[in-house]
Design a protein around this ligand. Structure first.
Ligand code: HH2
Length: 273
């Protein structure tokens, strides 16, 4: 899953693809690198980010979804606003990536159900302005697992077909570096929920803090690759990244080493051997 952020303030690529034409070009470039899904977002969720008004988020995302739909990749809309998802689905998106797991607007579940789209339900604590204020858990993996189980049950109750749901531990959303590492290490416990897991570690802050010099986002590609390879080995099936080509190559080699293949297509988002 390649990231297409149509925002001025995303933590890594903010402002680079803010104009719709450059976002569409970027999406096509990520497809050429091997992205099977493009995740289009019009609101940053980085710690401290401000909420984007509905009209603005629509103006950012609609032309990019419309411009990329039909180009060959599955289009995902990264939003917690139902109206933004609704327009994107109309324009050709078939996956709703809601980092609030339908908590911001519970009616999002009904929209996804009625459209027959897929969705990704992610764990997060608080909102982007507060989520990194000393996050605490009794047992981070058990807490995230119980949350995802509850949100999965909610979505199914609202009519979303279970086979259309992916789950995501929400790396960096209300978690310390130690929490992120523990979630990645114990990913097999989340695989037990029976749904494909998506992970998003790409260039996130904890990767910088682990290595000498504490590099900023520009210097976190090696950590991104390391964590995605490890997540593959521990059962993740969709990898949300800014850098498709190097991560695709790393995952392909890792999967071959493990003796299997990996694929992100909806029919085969399960381990293959
Ligand atoms: N991470 C980000 C945004 N959306 N969605 C899912 N499902 N999982 C993630 O880990 C995830 C996500 C944050 O990354 P990015 O989009 O690059 O930054 P920003 O939120 O600043 O735009």
């Amino acid at each position: 899953m390649g990231v297409v952020n149509v925002t001025p303030d995303s933590f890594y690529d903010g402002g680079r693809f803010f104009d719709p034409g450059s976002a569409i070009d970027h999406g096509r470039a990520l497809m050429a690198e091997g992205a099977e899904i493009l995740d289009v977002g019009g609101e940053s969720t980085r710690p401290g980010a401000e909420v984007v008004p509905l009209e603005e988020e629509l103006a950012r995302t609609e032309p990019v979804v419309a411009g990329l739909a039909g180009a060959g990749a599955q289009i995902s809309i990264d939003t917690s606003k139902r109206a933004v998802a609704e327009v994107a689905l109309r324009e050709g998106a078939t996956l709703v990536n809601d980092v609030t797991a339908f908590r911001a607007d519970p009616a999002m579940a009904g929209l996804v159900a009625a459209s027959g789209a897929e969705c990704c339900l992610m764990h997060a604590v608080g909102n982007p302005r507060t989520m990194q204020d000393e996050p605490r858990y009794a047992d981070v993996v058990a807490d995230v697992k119980a949350f995802l189980e509850e949100r999965l049950a909610f979505a199914v109750r609202e009519g979303v077909a279970e086979q259309r749901i992916m789950l995501d531990p929400g790396i960096g959303f209300g978690k310390s570096a130690a929490h992120n590492l523990e979630l990645l290490r114990r990913l097999p416990e989340l695989v037990e929920l029976g749904r494909p897991l998506l992970v998003g570690t790409s260039r996130k802050g904890f990767l910088g803090r682990l290595v000498p010099g504490a590099p900023g986002p520009e210097g976190r590609l090696a950590g991104t690759i390391a964590t995605n390879v490890m997540a593959l080995e521990r059962g993740a099936r969709v990898f949300r990244v800014h850098d498709v080509a190097p991560v695709r190559d790393a995952l392909t080699v890792a999967a071959a080493t493990l003796g299997g293949r990996w694929s992100q297509s909806p029919e085969t988002r399960t381990p293959t051997s």
